[in-house]
Write a protein that binds this ligand. Structure first.
Ligand code: ZN
Length: 248
């Protein structure tokens, strides 16, 4: 039995969901309540104790098992939801392998580098060198409130403005390259985004996973430049070594 099945077999989905949805009531074979994931007046959220699944037949029209429920309701990733339920079920998860730990640590470093880059670019947009970028944003209908809400920034024109700034703050050039912030060329490492308006991209958990960058000068190509595929952009579900979580 995989650790996932082991955890699930020790828990009752009705009991777990009831902890989050106290109004869950038995209605024939299933249990029903108003959906915790969308606003509604009449219950379209159902839990099936036989199959140990839940489903929203309303506007979510989605469902899953107990892990998916906790993942969604607590806004966790799969591994974190599994961890939480394993604790509840009294199942010990295998400790992460050295490779998984290294991957996790790298993700933390890359997210930190992205956050630091966003702060640097925001300051550049607000500062003396950001005058043209502010005027450009304004011409494109991006008012101050939008600029703040989206945490827009300005990547200055230098080859190593950001790279030097972040290296001075303890980030390695390798991490900047891995995060897609810098590029390794024949003559060394340089900023990927130069003289561009920067749009941060966050995932569903508000983690800063990348950037979009708009050229501001006519003739600068490409017009839109995005963070390339990076370890943070791995959307295959293998994040944090989940593909191996069932091996324990
Ligand atoms: Zn729903």
């Amino acid at each position: 039995m995989s650790v996932i099945d082991d955890v699930k077999s020790r828990l009752d989905i009705v009991e777990v969901v009831s902890g989050y949805v106290p109004e869950l009531k038995k209605a024939g074979r299933t249990w029903k309540a108003r959906c915790p994931f969308h606003s509604e007046r009449t219950p379209s959220f159902a839990v099936d104790p036989e199959r140990q699944t839940w489903h929203c037949f309303g506007s979510c029209s989605t469902g899953g098992d107990v892990i998916e429920f906790v993942r969604k309701v607590e806004n966790l990733d799969f591994r974190e939801a599994l961890q939480r339920l394993a604790e509840r079920a009294g199942v010990e998860l295998r400790a992460p392998s050295p490779r998984e730990r290294e991957e996790r640590e790298q993700h933390e470093r890359l997210l930190a580098a992205n956050e630091a880059a966003a702060v640097f670019w925001q300051a550049a947009l607000a500062g003396a060198e950001g005058g043209e970028a502010r005027a450009y944003a304004e011409r494109r209908g991006l008012d101050d409130a939008t600029v703040r809400a989206w945490q827009l920034g300005f990547a200055p024109d230098g080859w190593r403005s950001l790279t030097d700034h972040l290296v001075a703050r303890g980030f390695s050039e390798d991490d900047l390259i891995e995060a897609g912030l810098a590029i390794k060329g024949d003559r060394g490492v340089y900023d990927r985004f130069r003289y561009r308006l920067i749009f941060p991209t966050r995932d569903g958990r508000r983690r800063l996973i990348g950037f979009g960058a708009r050229a501001m000068r006519p003739g600068d190509e490409p017009k839109y430049l995005n963070t390339p595929q990076t370890p943070l952009f791995d959307k295959s579900g293998n994040l944090y070594g989940l593909d191996r979580a069932g091996d324990a």
